[in-house]
Design a protein around this ligand. Structure first.
Ligand code: ATP
Ligand code: MG
Length: 285
């Protein structure tokens, strides 16, 4: 039987969320320590555990059919992949930072500096796009110490909270790229593999939608229903059920996480009571 082979990070920042995503898609994998590959027990999926830097190459060569990797890695390796799906985890930015006491008024201040980075391709493009000439020093790790040891005046590195920069006396001055984990695919999948990928993608989308939405239940006096219903989008339209108490109803609906707080405030103001907000596990529209 045809199987789909997926490459995920062996260990590191994307590993746990990649496994969690597969689990949430109902795919059981036996994730033994120090294993290089494993198979799902209930989906035709083989899982390879690799260094994240190697994943684009494996997918391009067709050793793996699909992979989960940071956009930053795909762009640095300059691969012509289609992003099949953005996955919503592994969020970070690739930023330029300089000594916190340095004067910095704009990108032109990078002119003539030495910039230490593990992302020479992306930084080179950024400098060219901004018509700045600077010297790129490629180093493979601990980039943040480069200014302190006199190797460079600036760095370009991945940042999520900024605390590493702060601890090393640096300040973030430019965001070069915003990144998150993405699902990439080899461009020459056969028909059966494409069907499997579509199946997986369908599940991933259901999980993602569920995460971005909440199920809301509330009680309201019947005379307030028209206003309350007008505030609620719902998947089709809200469900309204009578309460045991005469003149009251229970209203159920689905709200986007991003609109959630605004709508809840308006619902309260319109007379909603006993508002419950419940996570959704899967959402198929
Ligand atoms: P590997 O051993 O697989 O090569 P690594 O050390 O290169 O691992 P990690 O530090 O585990 O990589 O990061 C993997 C990915 O996680 C990054 O490429 C990036 O997409 C994402 N990421 C999210 N937040 C951060 C962060 N604060 N710092 C670094 N990477 C981050
Ligand atoms: Mg790596």
């Amino acid at each position: 039987m045809q199987k789909l082979r997926i490459a995920i990070q062996k260990s590191g920042r994307l590993h746990d969320d990649s496994i969690k995503l597969l689990k949430e898609c109902g795919i059981d994998i036996n994730n033994g320590v120090n294993k290089l590959k494993t198979e799902a027990s209930n989906f035709p999926l083989e899982v390879f555990f690799l260094r994240d830097d190697d994943i684009p190459q494996y997918v391009e060569d067709g050793v793996a059919d699909i992979g989960i990797v940071g956009e930053n890695v795909v762009l640095e390796k300059n691969r012509p992949f289609q992003t099949v799906e953005k996955l919503g985890f592994g969020k970070c930015r690739l930023s330029i930072a300089v000594d916190k006491s340095a004067q910095y008024n704009g990108v032109k201040d990078l002119q003539g500096l030495r910039i230490a980075t593990s992302y020479p391709v992306i930084v080179d493009k950024f400098l060219k796009d901004n018509k700045v000439e600077a010297e790129i020093h490629e180093i493979s790790g601990s980039v943040e110490i480069a200014p302190g040891i006199g190797l460079a005046e600036a760095i370009c590195d991945l940042v999520s909270s900024g605390s590493t920069l702060f601890m090393n006396g640096l300040k973030e001055v430019e965001t070069v790229l915003k990144s998150e984990a993405i699902l990439v695919a080899n461009s020459q999948l056969n028909g059966e593999q494409q069907i499997l990928l579509k199946k997986l993608q369908f599940r991933i989308q259901a999980v993602k939608k569920a995460k971005n939405n909440k199920y809301v239940l509330l009680n309201a006096p019947n005379e307030k229903l028209p206003e309350i219903i007008s505030l609620l989008p719902g998947m089709k339209s809200p469900t309204v059920l009578p309460l045991a108490e005469e003149g009251w109803s229970s209203v159920h609906s689905v709200l986007k996480e991003s609109d959630f707080w605004d709508i809840i405030e308006n619902l309260k103001a319109a007379g909603a009571q006993g508002i419950l907000v419940v996570p959704i596990e899967k959402m198929i529209v």
